[in-house]
Every structure is written in structure tokens, then in C-alpha cells.
Write a protein that binds this ligand. Structure first.
Ligand code: RIB
Length: 305
């Protein structure tokens, strides 16, 4: 099995559950408050570790109790943490999250130490980084670091997966370094700068990104599953129906499942089915990482369906 490396954010999630989200200017009573490890990078790494991958995490935590707790969480979930350093005098990244009755969420991220993941830091960890084959990126560390690192990795012939989340417009250069782009609908619309309302539109939208260098787009479509778009061909892969409690990190879990199967050199469609299953299972408990499954659980979940 190929080895994996996640380069990205580590946050502590401050999660409040509410009946309904407050509107601007409104005060509502929350039902519960919890802290959970999160961050799009950390979530992908933990999901990969739990599945049994050989995975290295590269990122930064702050000099605080959240950072200390996160290091323990990485280690106890089979994730190599030698790529994670403590940024002196800084706080760890945090995400303030509201989860509503139907499992939907609102998230505000304060980057803290994640903002200090610069290219010098990446260089300092390069001897560890270059041992991996497949790399997962998201957009909660500085964009210039992600771009420069991807460029270096592509020169070495590595495989790059980019989850373009949170949704921001991106410079054309980044797409030259992306093998697999895994946006959800909102992110895809942000990348192309217009609404998508049909399958034809989806293929049309994808074309602009293929022209910029992306090899394959795997569009995450929530409970509708995913679409694999390659040149002008779009293959729909249905999702799995579960009763969601908290959809935070469903996308991160999808990416981890997808990358895990890719590392096992499975066919693209099988990778997406596996990603869909990991994403669906991850929504069945409160907290980004609480319901992330083992390989055996995912295997059984897919076979039972
Ligand atoms: O994708 C979910 C994650 O987004 C949360 O864990 C939160 O930390 C934010 O980064």
C-alpha cells in the first residue's frame, strides 16, 4: 500500500448544539457545548489513521492545551506526528461551530498556528515529506505554502489531491499541480465563478478547470453521492443514506476514504464508493472525528448495502 501525507490545518472545534441557528442580532439558548479535535487537515489525517493507513501529518499547533491534546489524538490514532511542531507564543487554530437539529453546521475558523505553516517550515520537514507517495491538501494553511509545496511534489512525480475547502477563488497556477480535485458544489461554483444547475453544466464547469491542468474532478454532492468528471465524461456514484447527527468533516472523511482506496491502487469508482461510505459513517456522531470508522467497519457497511 502506498503511503500518505496530509499537509494542512489542526484546529480545536468549539461545538455548540442548537435547535435552530440564530439569525443576525438574535440570542438563542444552546443545548450543549463540547470541544473536539478538528481542522480539515487533522480530520483527514485522523480518518486515514483510523482506516489503517501509513500516514504522516504536517502542520502546526499552538503552545497551549489544545495543541497538547491534539498531539495525543494523532498518536493514539496511528498518525505519524513528527511533521507537527508547536509554534511558540501562539494559540492553536480553533473553529467555532454550531450544529443544528438536522446535523447541519455553521463554522468560523480562527487559524492561529496554522497561519505559520510557511515554505521554510515545509523545507525543514522535507526529508519526512518526500517519503510519502500521495498528498492531501486543503485550504486552511497559507495558500502560497500549499502552491509552492504542490509544485515541488509534482517535480518529484507525487500524486496530489486538493480539497478546495473552505471555498475561495484560486489562482490558475495551482490547478497545474492537482491530480484529483474534490470540491463540493459550492466550492466548484466559487472556483468557476458561476452557478451550476445541471449535469451538463457540471461537465462544462469542469472543462474550465481541466484546461488549467486538473486531471480528474471528483465532485462531492452530499447525500446524492459524488460525480467523477474526466474530460467530457461524468460518472455518478450514488451516496449512502444514514441519519446524520453532525455533518462536520463529512467532506474530510470522504477525502480520506478516497485517498485510502487510491493508496491501495483501487479503480477510481471504487475509491469514490469507499470515500462516500467513510463520509456517510462519519456523520453519525457529534464531533468531526468521533464517528470516523475503521477499515473493517467501512467494508461491512458497503457489503451490507
Ligand atoms: O471540515 C470540518 C472542519 O472545518 C472542522 O473540523 C473545523 O475545524 C473546520 O476546519
Amino acid at each position: 500500500m502506498k503511503s500518505l501525507c496530509v499537509i494542512g490545518s489542526l484546529n480545536m472545534d468549539l461545538v455548540t448544539t442548537v435547535e435552530n441557528f440564530p439569525v443576525a442580532g438574535q440570542t438563542v439558548m444552546g443545548k450543549a457545548f463540547n470541544t473536539f479535535p478538528g481542522g480539515k487537515g487533522g480530520n483527514q489525517a485522523i480518518a486515514l489513521g483510523r482506516l489503517g493507513s501509513d500516514v504522516l501529518m504536517v502542520g502546526k499547533i499552538g503552545e497551549d492545551m489544545y495543541g497538547k491534546r491534539y498531539l495525543e489524538v494523532l498518536r493514539s490514532n496511528n498518525v505519524k506526528s513528527d511533521g507537527v511542531s508547536i509554534e511558540k507564543g501562539m494559540s492553536s487554530g480553533v473553529a467555532v461551530i454550531q450544529v443544528s437539529n438536522n446535523g447541519e453546521n455553521n463554522i468560523i475558523v480562527v487559524p492561529g498556528a496554522n497561519a505559520e505553516v510557511d515554505i521554510n517550515y515545509i523545507e525543514s520537514k522535507w526529508s519526512l515529506i518526500e517519503r510519502a507517495d500521495i498528498f492531501l491538501f486543503q485550504l486552511e494553511i497559507p495558500l502560497e505554502t500549499a502552491i509552492a509545496t504542490m509544485k515541488k511534489l509534482k517535480k518529484q512525480g507525487k500524486t496530489v489531491i486538493l480539497d478546495p475547502a473552505p471555498a475561495v477563488g484560486l489562482p490558475d497556477e495551482i490547478f497545474k499541480y492537482v491530480d484529483y480535485l474534490t470540491p463540493n458544489e459550492t466550492e466548484l461554483e466559487t472556483l468557476i465563478g458561476r452557478k451550476i444547475n445541471s449535469e451538463e453544466n457540471l461537465v462544462e464547469a469542469a472543462k474550465t478547470l481541466f484546461d488549467k491542468g486538473v486531471r480528474v474532478i471528483v465532485a462531492k454532492l452530499g447525500s446524492d453521492g459524488a460525480a467523477i468528471i474526466k474530460k467530457d465524461k461524468c460518472t455518478r456514484v450514488p451516496g449512502f443514506i444514514v441519519d446524520p447527527i453532525d455533518t462536520t468533516a463529512a467532506g474530510d472523511s470522504f477525502n480520506a476514504g478516497f485517498a485510502f482506496a487510491l493508496a491501495k491502487e483501487k479503480e477510481l469508482k471504487e475509491c469514490v464508493i469507499f470515500g462516500n461510505a467513510v463520509g456517510a459513517i462519519s456523520t453519525t456522531a457529534l464531533g468531526a472525528q468521533e464517528a470516523m470508522p475503521t477499515f473493517e467497519r467501512v467494508d461491512k457497511f458497503i457489503r451490507d448495502r
